[in-house]
Design a protein around this ligand. Structure first.
Ligand code: ADP
Length: 333
């Protein structure tokens, strides 16, 4: 093969730049032409690309966001859309396309492969970590650190005023950020999609837990981590509901998009660099229709369709220590 292309698609994540850099440098090492498509699948449909050389990726490993920009693209989901993208890739002489994104972007990559003969390789880039087949996704570790840094700040003020805070974190429909943030911040309670039956929150149980904490410890700060999309209206509505139904004053904080930005932490840079370089070698080895991930610190290849057909479980041990061992209230009378 002579030419490879790379794009970033769907929700952006810190470390995407590090992955692009690794693809470009590895491509250069193997004397390949590397093209960068802008704006995810929009760039494929509109033939919006530029050659990428090592000079273009100089000084970006530490930057959040993505040099290639990211976007969502509805028209690409149609047959005509994917056919247009396939024709454009053919015209640009692309042999292999590397897609950095989440499970939606991988569905898109699979869809494209029905219209295009070239090789397609996915790299998991999303803060949500909700991609089956890899222990972590590029951006996840940074998002946890960003959440923790902010939750620690809320804890300081919560503690000073002995207040209750509901802190909403991202994760789309998965509780990976929520669970890690709860364990890492020493939160009193955590509400995650995986732990709330039919995505319903038991407000009575939450109220009893808060009341018990206040009975045992006296007035004290109390932090609940809530995953987004768990409750209609999110943490704001949940806090209001709690205030109304129980008389307990509770303040919401929505961390929001700060979790998507910032300089990637070391683990995300390492993962992105490893997977980006490996993607180029996999392309040279003729591989296609796979996502590259990491399991037990080893790079692994996962068929694209597997990445979205199975739900990745939370670490059951982390769940157990957070909800049982670290919940002092569960053992005290
Ligand atoms: P993420 O990659 O972060 O999960 P999205 O779910 O928004 O992000 O998907 C990104 C893009 O991938 C979409 O805008 C669309 O162009 C493409 N895509 C998503 N799902 C499909 C699908 N089922 N078929 C074809 N393309 C898809």
């Amino acid at each position: 093969i002579k030419t490879i292309a790379v794009l970033t698609s769907g929700g952006d994540a810190p470390g995407m730049n590090a992955a692009i850099r690794a693809v470009v440098l590895a491509g250069h090492h193997y004397n390949l032409n590397v093209l960068g498509y802008q704006h995810g699948y929009i760039g494929l449909m509109e033939q919006e690309y530029q050659p990428l050389t090592p000079g273009d990726v100089y000084n970006i490993i530490q930057r959040g966001g993505t040099l290639l920009k990211s976007a969502r693209c509805e028209p690409f989901k149609t047959e005509a859309g994917a056919q247009q993208a396939a024709d454009n890739l053919q015209q640009a002489g692309v042999d292999a396309l590397i897609v950095i994104g989440g499970d939606g972007s991988f569905r898109g990559a699979e869809h494209l492969s029905h219209f295009w003969d070239g090789q397609v390789i996915g790299l998991p880039g999303t803060i949500d970590n909700d991609v089956f087949g890899t222990d972590a996704t590029i951006g996840y570790y940074t998002a946890i650190d960003t959440a923790l840094e902010n939750i620690d700040r809320v804890r300081d003020t919560a503690d000073a005023f002995e207040r209750i805070f509901l802190i909403e974190v991202m994760g789309r429909h998965a509780g990976f950020i929520g669970l890690s943030a709860a364990v890492g911040s020493g939160a009193e309670q955590v509400l995650l999609p995986e732990l709330c039956e039919q995505e319903q929150i038991d407000i009575d149980a939450l109220t009893r837990h808060i009341q018990k904490a206040q009975k045992i410890r006296g007035k004290c700060s109390y932090i609940v981590i809530v995953s987004e999309n768990l409750w209609p209206g999110g943490a704001n509505a949940l806090a209001e509901d709690l205030n109304r139904r129980t008389g307990i004053e509770c303040r919401p904080v929505i961390l929001g998009h700060v979790q998507r930005g910032g300089s990637p932490v070391s683990l995300d840079r390492m993962l992105a660099s490893k997977l980006g370089a490996y993607a180029v070698e996999a392309a040279l080895a003729g591989k296609s229709g796979i996502m590259l991930g990491e399991q037990n610190a080893k790079v692994c290849e996962v068929p694209l369709a597997q990445t979205w057909s199975q739900r990745k479980p939370l670490d059951p041990y982390l769940v157990r220590i957070q909800t049982e061992m670290f919940d002092l209230l569960s053992t005290e009378a």
